[in-house]
Design a protein around this ligand. Structure first.
Ligand SMILES: NC(=O)c1ccc[n+]([C@@H]2O[C@H](COP(=O)([O-])OP(=O)(O)OC[C@H]3O[C@@H](n4cnc5c(N)ncnc54)[C@H](OP(=O)(O)O)[C@@H]3O)[C@@H](O)[C@H]2O)c1
Length: 338
């Protein structure tokens, strides 16, 4: 099956496109950084070869040119702000996966950056749905899997939050709700829509894990704030597994919490991180210091998210790395650069 992945050049998209390829599918990554048809046609000689540029704007090898691109995965240029040649890639595809959006983790969250976090997601999602609308009904993809975050459960942690838990009114909560609303418009076009509410992904080389690991590597790691806030997480194997499962399972639609069945108080998370790195976890960072440094973005470190993958478990998804210690050992194990 041809599967078009918008924003598929990043952490999740690279692992997912590799897995799709291995499963015999044809992943195609829409990337703002892929050579465009015009640019490809203009680039000549060795430079063109080095950039993998072609006259169609398609990079057939994606071996070294794209950040995080998987070998053998085609990359196609797109501009989420306008419908262009990329729309043709959606015609006849079996599914579209939407991962595009400016990185939430980048510091600092200025007013402009917050607008970009929201607008990049709304614009990309709207562009995909509008593009699908231009296709004849029999050429439309059947499934639309769209990323979202478990941030919409922040603080709703008296009991583990499942997919029926009401979203919160924070910046990230409202961002997720607006992002999902754009994706749900694809239902009217006859598509099965799945909202993949994703917890922070633990993966070898993940930027967020590198940052979290740094103080431990320097022997000054410990809990963040009180450490009582809940940390939810998902292993990269399982975020990929959940996308593949949602793609293949006709009965799956609506929100799915992509989170391991092992949320932990942050103090436990810190201890597990220290143990995986063979380092102590003795030095707490006070909440006021985190707020001083990060401002609103402190929510990523000291906000509480106690999330449960109720729909995935009820639907028969079997987690491959359900335990935090195993996930951290895999991500930070021998030979990892995280
Ligand atoms: N990884 C996590 O822990 C996590 C947790 C919760 C939710 N999510 C969500 O899941 C999605 C995929 O996550 P990821 O970790 O793979 O993200 P990622 O590594 O940051 O990749 C996202 C991709 O989006 C594209 N992008 C960046 N800025 C953009 C913009 N302004 N407009 C349109 N596209 C833009 C980039 O592709 P090009 O530069 O090639 O266009 C980038 O490779 C994201 O939307 C993220 O918010 C991830």
């Amino acid at each position: 099956m041809k599967v078009v992945i918008a924003g598929g050049s990043g952490l999740i998209g690279s692992a997912l496109s590799k897995a799709l390829l291995e499963a015999g599918h044809e992943p195609v990554v829409l990337s703002r950084g892929a050579p465009s048809a015009g640019a490809g046609a203009q680039v000549a000689g060795p430079t063109a070869a080095a950039a993998g540029a072609t006259a169609t704007g398609v990079d057939p090898s994606s071996t070294t040119s794209g950040k995080g691109a998987s070998t053998g995965v085609r990359r196609v240029a797109w501009n989420p702000a306008s419908l262009g040649d990329w729309v043709a890639e959606l015609a006849g595809a079996g599914a579209v996966i939407n991962l595009a959006g400016a990185s939430i983790g980048h510091w600092p969250w200025t007013k402009g950056r917050k607008a970009e976090l929201l607008n990049s997601r709304l614009t990309s999602t709207r562009a995909l749905v509008n593009a699908i609308r231009t296709l004849p009904a029999d050429e439309r993809p059947k499934v639309f899997l769209s990323a979202s975050g478990t941030d919409l459960y922040e603080g709703r942690d008296a009991t583990p939050a499942d997919e029926t838990t009401e979203p919160v009114d924070t910046f990230l909560g409202k961002l997720c709700v607006a992002w999902e609303a754009e994706a749900l418009r694809a239902i009217d076009l006859g598509l099965r829509v799945v909202l993949v509410r994703t917890s922070p992904v633990i993966a070898p080389g993940a930027a967020s894990l590198r940052i979290e690991a740094l103080p431990f590597r320097l022997f000054v790691g410990g809990r963040l704030g009180s450490g009582k806030q809940w940390s939810s997480w998902v292993d990269v194997t399982d975020i990929v597994g959940i996308y593949l499962w949602a793609l293949a399972t006709d009965g799956v639609s609506g929100p799915i919490n992509a989170t391991a069945p092992d949320p932990r108080p942050q103090v436990d998370f810190a201890r597990a991180l220290g143990a995986a790195l063979h380092r102590p976890s003795w030095f707490p960072t006070p909440a006021f210091m985190i707020r001083l440094l990060l401002g609103d973005q402190a929510t990523l470190a000291i906000g509480s998210r106690r999330v449960w993958p109720a729909a995935a478990l009820a639907g028969g998804y079997v987690f491959q790395r359900p335990r935090l210690e195993d996930s951290l050992a895999n991500a930070l194990g021998h030979g990892s650069r995280s």
